[in-house]
Design a protein around this ligand. Structure first.
Ligand code: ADP
Ligand code: MG
Length: 321
């Protein structure tokens, strides 16, 4: 199968068609319409086999995941996702693999009303780069830089399940078959908080998606906002599957120092607190308060049941570390 045949078969004419796409796949560029009084949000993420996913990940899950992680970045800015393009490097043309991969990708694109508008296809070690675009009403983007002393710190949902899926394989943590299935599903099919991000526009003071670890990503908000934070570790939401692990230090590490669940971490002023909780709950998101912004610039203080708490291992996941 030649490159253009592959593009026509698996990418062009599949998925949804948006009215704001003037020119889609097939020409030298795509051309899209941006509504008046809106700004364009653009994000790019690359997933490399063996680095960002296990080589045996089901291709449908991979197709879902590559898009999900990019839509999560748009969500964290309060953007409405609209268009994506894909840079796909394949070791060979495996039609069964491509069928599954593109199915996973088109499924999530359709769910969030996002159109694939272009890409590039090359041969080499399996690498997927997605560039996702979205629109935001002018000057309404949520950023990392608006947190104020006294703001409350919230998470959109439980953290640590995707980490449990990864580490149960690496360290052989004992899980029942159902538990392993549930946490693997969380790792393979993360749900970006697209609606929550838009709800938070104008309500949250700062926002980030948790992709590198709760504490590492909170640190970005602190650095950008020139503030500090107190976190009550006991209030960080975790699933029953993670709770069932015996080793408390491991639970803390998986929930605080890993990303991959793609929850939103955001701050909100005391006066907007109940409005945020109510609006998010209309979208089925039960946000949990895990701490408060302080004037202890750049520092995160951890507490557990009122006592100061020190993390057992290195915070966050950094590449080339
Ligand atoms: P060019 O050489 O002008 O960059 P290409 O031959 O690489 O164009 O691609 C032809 C068309 O197909 C372009 O519109 C490009 O955006 C699109 N395209 C290439 N690969 C993909 C892909 N994997 N998914 C979707 N569109 C793709
Ligand atoms: Mg090209």
């Amino acid at each position: 199968m030649k490159e253009f045949e592959l593009i026509n078969h698996y990418f062009k004419g599949r998925g949804i068609t948006r009215r704001d796409v003037a020119i889609g796949i097939g020409d030298d560029c795509a051309v899209v319409e941006i509504p008046d009084n809106c700004q364009l949000a653009v994000t790019t993420d690359t997933l490399v086999e063996g680095v960002h996913f296990f080589p045996d990940i089901p291709p449908r899950a991979l197709g879902h995941r590559v898009l999900a992680v990019n839509l999560s970045d748009l969500a964290a800015m309060g953007a409405e996702p609209t268009w994506v393009s894909i840079g796909l490097t394949l070791p060979n043309v495996d039609m069964a693999w491509l069928e599954q991969f593109t199915e996973g990708m088109h499924e999530i694109a359709e769910y969030y009303n996002v159109q694939l508008i272009g890409g590039d296809t090359t041969q080499g070690p399996l690498t997927i780069t997605i560039c996702a675009k979205g629109i935001i009403p002018k000057n309404k983007a949520l950023t990392r830089s608006g947190a104020n002393v006294g703001d409350w710190i919230y998470l959109t949902g439980p953290v640590g399940d995707a980490a449990l899926a990864i580490e149960s394989r690496k360290r052989g943590i004992a899980l029942s078959a159902e538990q392993a299935k549930r946490v693997t599903e969380k790792l393979h099919y993360p749900k970006p908080h697209v609606a929550a991000g838009q709800v938070l526009r104008g309500l949250a003071t700062a926002c980030i998606d948790v992709s590198d670890g709760l504490l590492a990503d909170l640190q970005h908000i602190l650095n950008h906002s020139t503030v500090g934070a107190d976190i009550d570790v006991a209030t960080v939401p975790i699933s029953d599957d993670l709770k069932s692990i015996e080793d408390q230090a491991l639970i803390d590490m998986l929930s605080l120092s890993y990303g991959d669940d793609y929850q939103l971490l955001f701050t909100v002023s005391d006066s907007n607190r109940s409005a945020v909780e109510a609006r998010l709950s209309q979208y089925g998101v039960e946000a949990k308060c895990i701490g408060q912004i302080t004037n202890n610039i750049g520092n995160i203080e951890l507490f557990k049941h009122g006592e100061k708490y020190v993390l057992p291992e290195q915070i966050g996941y950094e590449h080339f570390n």
